[in-house]
Write a protein that binds this ligand. Structure first.
Ligand code: ZN
Length: 752
């Protein structure tokens, strides 16, 4: 049996270090000294990292793709870690980094296990005595990946941990057509980040920063780097990609507020592991790395059976369309029925303002309901509509009965989130009290039994007394965690993962108590609540340069629905673009106002998207996303004002494409949507291996709307399905009339 051989290098003081050279192994062997800086090379498959001794720490000196010889590390690399400390008495902040300020640095390597431990101790600033950082690094040669962990010990009575930036990695300009994948809504793929200053990202978990990885790549050159924080708890952190033109670099950072931030003597243990991995593809390949991890370790990955999320009612998994309006039943029920009749299919209805209190005011006192609510719910359910009222899952009005503080101070205040000074954290959204002042809403702490029970009571009452099909609980997967400092809540102060766990506990109780045929949804798509919810409102997926990375990671684990559809001079084109994007991204189509059925320039197209999604529904609830197929040659683009926030121009390809697969049944569907007024003819350019189709015979069935629009409103009369004779799927010709959609259902026929 082979014994583990350790190489251990102790780097002493700065003066000595300059003359010490690490030379392979030295346990029991000779130490070679030379007047050069020390370097440590670590190889993980095709990725080679070089760490350099600075005399007072370690810095990255190289990160090389050995196959393409592409250097990834820029001329000025980022420190491996940065830690912000706070003086307990003065509250002064001070930053320490991996590359400087340490009198003692150890590197211990286990050649057999491929693990390396980097220890940073004895800060040169004597005030920081007792602070020590240990970074461990595991090599995964097969994936050309480095997996990192980090711990900080703090025996210092005066200095407390405040924020920890780890991992952080800068990537140099990877040349023409290099791209950056950043976390914005569904994910964005950006050009020009190396030449433009600016940051993309934000606080996680939140609606705009939903997952914990980024990437930089040059697909044509087959090189790049994936940088992920594989934190199975969804702890609070800021995640950014930052263009640094002066350094010709893009910097990826994960910045964690420390749990119990500001408390002396408290250390830090990285929640989960960080990962750097060589990337030879694009955003889709990066998504597959993250998906493989999330399936194994993320606490929020749900149980998936042969039919998908079996804890989500079947009707919700299959729902093709959503309509959104509100008010008293007499105002909205007839219009919603008309919309449902126009599609002839099950319809979700997001019902706002069913309560007597004004919107964003007097929360959470949602009862009594407006007259006729229960009757309206019952009527809609008989018409194939699934009503889902709105509530907020996070806010309590500080003046919660008109302009009066009725129950806030006496009941809610102890359970509200608090800043460091003990003041409740509040927000305003433009709603006004009766006296004209802005409504000030307190953010409730999700760990408190008071708030958990209050939300549960409201939801269960809507189910039991009013028979609603689902409840939308606003803001849970949209708003970032507050750094709550209220010690009476019993959670760690500030950072950590108590916020997500608070909501998990609240939603566990609601799911256990609710009828099995009802469902729960929330706003936006922050990942760590997926297992506890049935649907995510993707209303904010309105960005230029979006790619469906969230669908690529999580398709099939939760239903996505509800883009915001807006007005303006290019509304019809914008509506077609949004609906087509929803179709290929795997979302349920809509959140339309019911009056959209009157719009001749978009409704026929929207209706086709809804009906095609219905026909193909099993792919979206039982399958998962495959790489969107590429069309060879230039595809024209379209631009419309999506009116997300004022004028909001978005440009997309005129032909949007998507692919969804049920691998266990050898089935695949390719989707094509022409949102423009021009016909399209071109050919596919895809790699059959991406779809499990390499060297296998296939049958292809084309499914598309029958030419004669305005046919009787029976779904099957408007659709034709015909077998295609296709010799080579990878170069097949695709033709699409203007404003038309097409699906190719592809089946392997070898039975493998
Ligand atoms: Zn709290």
């Amino acid at each position: 049996m082979q014994t583990q051989r350790n190489t251990h290098t102790r780097l002493l003081s700065a003066a000595l270090l300059v003359f010490a050279m690490w030379h392979g192994s030295f346990a029991g062997e000779s130490v070679v000294s030379a007047p050069v800086a020390m370097e440590i090379a670590i190889r993980a498959g095709d990725l080679r990292m070089v760490l350099e001794n600075t005399g007072q720490g370690l810095r990255l000196a190289g990160l090389t793709d050995l196959v393409t010889s592409q250097e990834l590390c820029p001329a000025e690399p980022a420190p491996l870690f940065s830690v912000v400390l706070r003086d307990v008495q003065t509250k002064d902040l001070l930053t320490i980094t991996a590359d400087t300020g340490w009198k003692q640095v150890d590197v211990a390597s286990s050649g057999v296990m491929g693990t390396h431990t980097l220890t940073f101790a004895a800060p040169t600033d004597d005030r920081l005595e007792g602070i020590r950082v240990e970074v461990t690094l595991e090599v995964e040669a097969g994936d050309s990946a480095l997996t990192w962990d980090l711990r900080i010990a703090n025996d210092n009575p005066r200095w407390a941990l405040w924020r920890i930036v780890f991992p952080q990695a800068a990537v140099r300009d990877l040349g023409e057509d290099a791209k950056v994948f950043a976390q914005v809504t569904s994910g964005v793929e950006l050009s020009g980040m190396w030449t433009k200053a600016g940051k993309r990202g934000g606080p996680y978990p939140g609606g705009w920063t939903c997952m914990q990885y980024m990437a930089a790549y040059n697909k044509a050159r087959r090189t790049g780097l994936y940088v992920g924080m594989h934190d199975p708890f969804g702890s609070t952190k800021d995640i950014f990609a930052e263009g640094q033109p002066a350094k010709e670099a893009v910097l990826f950072t994960f910045d964690h507020p420390a749990p119990d931030m500001g408390k002396p003597g408290v250390g830090f243990d990285l929640p989960g592991k960080a990962r750097w991995q060589l990337l030879r593809g694009d955003w889709f390949d990066a998504a597959q790395i993250y998906r493989a991890w999330a399936m194994q370790e993320a606490r929020w990955w749900p149980a998936l059976g042969p039919a998908g999320r079996e804890d989500t009612p079947k009707w919700m998994r299959e729902l093709p369309a959503w309509v959104m309006t509100g008010g008293a039943a007499s105002d909205c029920v007839p219009q919603v029925r008309k919309f449902a009749e126009a599609i002839g299919l099950p319809t979700g209805f997001h019902w706002y303002n069913w309560h007597q209190i004004p919107f964003d005011n007097d929360y959470p006192h949602y009862f009594p309901v407006k007259d006729g609510f229960a009757e309206g719910v019952a009527e809609l359910k008989t018409a194939g509509v699934y009503p889902m009222p709105y509530i907020n899952g996070r806010l309590w009005d500080t003046r919660d009965k008109g302009a009066e503080d009725w129950a806030f101070s006496r009941t809610a205040l102890p359970a509200a989130t608090k800043d460091e000074d003990g003041k409740p954290c509040t927000e305003s959204y433009g709603s006004k009290e009766t006296d004209g002042n802005s409504v000030t809403l307190a953010v409730m702490c999700p760990t408190t039994p008071l708030w958990q029970d209050r939300v549960s009571d409201i939801v269960l009452r809507l189910f039991s007394e009013y028979g609603v099909s689902g409840v939308y609980i606003d803001q849970i997967a949209a708003a970032q965690p507050r750094l709550c400092f209220d010690a009476s809540h019993g959670h760690e102060l500030g950072g950590g993962h108590w916020w997500t766990e608070g909501y998990w506990k609240m939603l566990d109780a609601i799911r256990a108590a609710k009828p099995a045929d009802r469902m729960l949804t929330t706003e936006c798509n922050a990942e760590p609540y997926i297992k506890w919810l049935d649907g995510y409102l993707t209303w904010h997926w309105q960005q230029q340069d979006m790619v469906p990375a969230f669908s690529a990671v999580y398709g099939g684990t939760i239903q996505m629905f509800g883009r915001a559809y807006r007005g303006g001079p290019t509304q019809d084109l914008a509506n077609r673009m949004k609906a087509a994007q929803q179709l290929v991204y795997g979302e349920q189509i809509g959140w339309f106002g019911p009056e959209v059925i009157e719009r001749a320039d978009c409704w026929p197209f929207l209706r086709d998207c809804i009906q095609l999604r219905w026909r193909l529904r099993e792919y979206f609830c039982r399958g998962h996303m495959a790489r969107p197929p590429r069309l060879a040659g230039p595809v024209s683009t379209v631009t419309a004002d999506w009116q997300w926030s004022g004028e909001w121009l978005v440009t997309t390809d005129a032909i949007l494409t998507g692919a969804w697969r049920i691998p266990q049944e050898n089935k695949l569907v390719l989707l094509f949507a022409n949102v423009s007024d021009d016909p399209y003819a071109g050919r596919l350019d895809l790699n059959p291996a991406d779809y499990g189709l390499a060297a296998t015979p296939v049958t292809v069935t084309a499914i598309q709307p029958n030419a004669g629009r305005g046919d009787p409103p029976l779904a099957d009369q408007r659709w034709i399905a015909r077998p295609l004779a296709i010799q080579a799927i990878d170069r097949a010709e695709v033709e699409l009339p203007p404003r038309n959609i097409l699906a190719w259902e592809v089946r392997r026929i070898d039975g493998n």
